[in-house]
Design a protein around this ligand. Sequence first.
Ligand code: NAI
Length: 335
Amino acid sequence: MKRPFRIAVTGAAGSISNSLLFRLAAGEVFGTDQPIILQLIERSEAMEALRGLAMELEDCAFPLLHAVRLHDNPEDGFRNVHFAFLIGAKPRGPGMERADLLAANAEIFSRQGRALNDHANPDVKVLVVGNPANTNALIASRNAPDLSPSQFTAMSRLDHNRAKGMIANRTGFNTADIRKVAVWGNHSASQFPDVRNAEAMGEPIWPGLDHDWVDNTFIPRVQKRGAEIIDARGQSSAASAAQGAIDHMRDWYMGTPEGDFVSMCIVSDGSYGIAKGIVFSFPVRCRYGRYQIVQGLPIDDAAQKRLDATEKELLEEKDAVKHLLPAETEDAHNN
Ligand code: NAI
């Protein structure tokens, strides 16, 4: 029997976690022979709801789930964890400006970064889902000076999956046949979903696509899909966000399929001219628990404009929280 992985999930009583936790316990991320211990973290106000969720997990009698621990603080919750899903975040309240939202979350994620630094396993892999995810990941990473920045990632996999789904619908292929979709930049409406290198059953799809449709329908639809879902169901994406989190962590840990790549928000090493140090979504390949940016993809003028716009937004977000960013350490981009 393998030794259990310790997995922390913050915001564990929330909607995304409700979809995620049962699938984690069923072995969908780390394999069906890998036992796990769940270390669930919530605000003290939500501990009662979390206790209810823990009872349900127990009632599933998952063979891989060795223990469930409940915590109302990140210092205890992150103790010895190998993987951390940072899902809990402060939502935007009425009348709240973007800067207020950034500042409120900066406090949460700087404390969580310090707690990971001091208490987690030194090889911990961190996925930030809570919004604004890229900048939250940046803050957590910068508050964890003993960990490599490459251990901190944020989620653009939901955007990646959305792009793949829309392209499959458009071309009539199955999603399993579509490869090499990429999402660049921020997990926000400025992101750049890119299908210029995409393939269906190994053949390039770009020559057969209507480029007006790509520019005027596909790209804005992926960018605004989150808002479209909120309008339709009155709540933000939950099950599909959990799916994105599962896919992100599974591929990081298990590796990406041969001949494909995925999108992950990671600390920029300057590839494609993107400012070093911001957390930016790149196409990556994963192997042996590490990721590498896919190099050499062609960037034409139109694509460059889109990269510039999303990079600018991330630099502005970084500027808005600069007082919470401790001095930058040398970029250790060797995850
Ligand atoms: P939710 O409101 O259902 O749950 C959030 C939970 O986090 C709540 O139970 C709350 O008590 C908890 N929480 C808040 N602050 C916390 C803290 N400091 N420590 C521990 N727990 C804390 O929200 P939902 O739907 O689960 O979404 C969570 C986050 O994920 C939101 O920020 C949302 O915007 C973001 N999101 C990100 C996506 C992405 O693609 N990156 C996609 C969809 C949502």
